[in-house]
Write a protein that binds this ligand. Sequence first.
Ligand code: FEO
Length: 398
Amino acid sequence: MRSVEVLKNVFWVGAVDWNRRHFHGFTYSTHRGATYNAYLIVDEKTALIDTVYGPFAGEMIEKIREVIDPSTIDYVVANHVETDHSGAISELLKVAPHATIVGTVQCQRGLQKHYFGNWKFQKVATGDEINLGEIRLQFIQAPMLHWPDSMFTYIEEEALLLPNDAFGQHLATSKRFDDEVDENVLMDEAAKYYANILWPFSQLVVRKIEEIQKLGLRIDMIAPSHGIIWRGNPMKIVESYLKWARGEAKRRVLVVYDTMWGSTEKMAKAIVEGISNKGVEAMLFRLPFSDRGDILKELLEAKGIVIGSSTINNGIIPTIAPFLEELAGLKPRSKVAAVFGSYGWGGGAVKTIESKLGNAGIEIVAPSLTAQWVPNEDELKKCTELGEDIATTVLERT
Ligand code: FEO
């Protein structure tokens, strides 16, 4: 793929990682691949905003060469230390030896610890600017969105926001703009990205958006460092972030479970029936058949979740442990929950799930249900009633 002219003086010189199927190790499935976006700003002086993941350094440098001689690059703005954006800096500096790296003080520390490079570094903070000629780079720190060093770069002259990870999606495509791709696919990946990366920082997301709104910045284009550039309707993703961050959700309940011999599954299906009886959408996921990251994306816009497990060794089936662990870390806001499970003798799965939901800060709104060995007609009726109860709570709270 070649470089792409995004605006008159702004060029995409990033890389598409078509074959990436997992991100952050194996924590986040990327079924549609990924992109690392770097942007070249050409004026009297030249700046590169972010780089790409290290193995793609050569691709990025070739794209830069299509536009300018890389040795003329004056600044490399490192909006974020994480290696998917900084991994190509060392290679780039071999062909751009005069470039100064620009970032926050936390960024400087992070880059030093990652690469041990003795690089020229210019520290910047919110309100600082670098003049390239007609274009000024303005900086807005965005700590914990999603690392302490994170920063946005803004170009007033182009009404262009370059927010690094924020507003990104993992989507490999030969297209670069929101108005060139399927909107449902785009929003699906944007939601999954928010759920898997930004969800725990939701309060900061709201505050940062409100801060930028108060600054009165004109934003005609948002060019994140992953995925598609928002130019058709850049406010769509901003409004979606506000909705997700505020915990606004649909009348939807997820039922997530695993089962040893089918008893917990019978209970799960009876709960789904109860949820549906009340006209609330139900979605059923058995782990590990369903992907954890995909379930989290569906949970982002669901008001409720019901989690079940058979008991084994006085606890949960290990296959649901990673999902519960991730919930505890993401701490989704404003959800309601219920718990169920089957057991042979001592039980224990339900207690473990209750404890994990407590760690996640999710409110359990109904007494947990258990059934010994195989649920009988009466126990399944109670499962249906549990589904109706949580659906009623969802209706009351949405
Ligand atoms: Fe895309 Fe936090 O790196």
